[in-house]
Design a protein around this ligand. Structure first.
Ligand SMILES: *[C@@H]1O[C@H](CO)[C@@H](O)[C@H](O)[C@H]1NC(C)=O
Ligand SMILES: *[C@@H]1O[C@H](CO)[C@@H](O)[C@H](O)[C@H]1NC(C)=O
Ligand SMILES: *[C@@H]1O[C@H](CO)[C@@H](O)[C@H](O)[C@H]1NC(C)=O
Ligand SMILES: *[C@@H]1O[C@H](CO)[C@@H](O)[C@H](O)[C@H]1NC(C)=O
Length: 375
């Protein structure tokens, strides 16, 4: 604790020295914004880490698009920790062990108590319960939980560590030994899961690969799905009915398991991410344009569709960094929850609901609902 405070003080001094002396010290404002987050499967609760200078805080949030429930600051958070949900109420955290051994990370669970049904009370969480430890050779990038296979995937820059995490009568526990999936000298990116399988891209300067991994047998090997030495393959994403989409040199490709094809698009932007709607019927492309980044909607095409499709922009201001499709309302509006920032308005990374009617021109039928207020 003490050394943490000292570091923070040194950090501030360094910043102050780097700034010309005519600017008064008090004008140095530390922007406070979300730096990592996880949403529960239902899309009605989130755990958010907020960063302010060198300080990190963990916040709990109950989500209801109809009215905002303020987030609750839970505790100070470790800057290297990552979070995911094992089910709607169970938060799993992987963070460097507090016991001081280099390279050892702890897995802990906490039960979230939250509701969005009025009168909503502020969310709270139980004390962390340690499931065990894991040795990681490098910093952890992200966590991906595959519920049906009961596997937690710890994503490292070049490897994956697969850990079986199962629920017993006494609670959650680690089963067996962690399995290491190695990709020496290949950078792993965009790890996604559909509950039973993982898909991810791995690349170096000369080659690009997309792998599929069946988690029913974590001791098996990843299956090479696509390979290219000419195109950059990124963002593999699961749809329904065996669909997998990806970007090849930022062009949209689809596979149904047996065949693959490039989707003909009337689109002059270069998407970076693909998001399927929960029912698999719609695809959202996250693409940069005009100093911002927006979502573009299209209906999942069949292979026989040959007429170019023009994806429709969902109105929003600023840059959408990430988004998850959480479902469709009774009025058939699609809801996505994600991180958005808008520097023109002084807004840092905040959590938003981006909602629209997929049946009409979204320009006349959309909503942007801000869920957090840190900036
Ligand atoms: C959840 O929190 C509310 C409000 O603090 C409390 O009344 C309730 O007993 C808690 N529920 C559980 C299961 O702990
Ligand atoms: C890229 O990876 C492939 C497959 O592992 C390998 O054959 C190739 O030599 C690598 N290229 C570079 C520049 O490391
Ligand atoms: C996940 O994707 C794989 C590969 O497309 C598919 O075989 C499997 O059935 C999918 N699992 C679920 C739960 O949809
Ligand atoms: C974007 O910002 C402008 C100016 O503040 C506002 O009028 C408009 O409603 C915003 N659009 C969206 C989609 O939030």
């Amino acid at each position: 604790m003490l050394s943490g405070n000292l570091l923070a003080v040194f950090g501030l001094c360094a910043t102050a020295l780097a700034i010309p002396s005519q600017i008064p010290f008090s004008s140095i404002e530390l922007i406070k914004e979300i730096d990592t987050w996880a949403l529960n499967p239902n899309g009605d609760a989130a755990v958010i880490r907020v960063k302010s200078g060198s300080q990190h805080e963990l916040h709990l949030l109950a989500i209801n698009a109809q009215f905002t429930v303020p987030s609750v600051s839970y505790d100070a958070a470790n800057a290297q920790a990552r979070y995911t949900f094992l089910n709607d109420q169970t938060i799993l955290t992987v963070s460097p062990t507090s016991e001081g051994q280099e390279g050892v990370w702890d897995l802990t669970t906490q039960i979230l108590n939250s509701t969005t049904i009025p009168p909503a009370y502020p969310p709270s969480a139980s004390k962390p319960n340690k499931l065990g430890g894991v040795i990681l050779r490098s910093d952890l990038k992200e966590l991906v939980h595959s519920a049906q296979a009961s596997v937690l995937t710890v994503v490292l820059p070049e490897d994956l560590v697969l850990i079986q995490v199962a629920q017993h009568e006494e609670g959650w526990a680690i089963k067996g030994e962690p399995q290491l999936v190695k990709h020496k000298n290949l950078k792993i990116e965009g790890v996604t899961s559909n509950g039973t399988h993982l898909a991810y891209s791995a690349s170096n300067h000369t080659a690009s690969f997309i792998y599929l991994f069946d988690l029913h047998d974590t001791s098996s090997s990843p299956v090479l799905l696509r390979h290219s030495t000419k195109s950059q393959l990124i963002a593999p994403t699961f749809g329904n009915d065996e669909h997998i989409a990806w970007l090849s040199d930022r062009q949209l490709w689809l596979s149904t398991g047996n065949d693959e094809w490039e989707v003909p698009l009337d689109f002059d932007l270069f998407p970076e991410k693909i998001i399927f709607s929960k029912d698999g019927k719609a695809i959202y492309l996250l693409a940069p344009h005009d100093d911002q980044q927006s979502l573009f909607h299209l209906w999942t095409p069949s292979k026989s569709a040959t007429k170019p499709i023009a994806p429709v922009r969902i109105p929003s201001n600023g840059t959408i960094h990430s988004a998850i499709h959480v479902g469709t309302t009774p009025l058939d509006h699609a809801h996505l929850i994600g991180i958005k920032s808008d520097s023109a308005k002084g807004e840092g990374k905040e959590l938003w609901v981006i909602s629209h009617s997929p049946h009409e021109d979204p320009t006349y039928n959309y909503e942007n609902i801000r869920l957090t207020y840190f900036t």
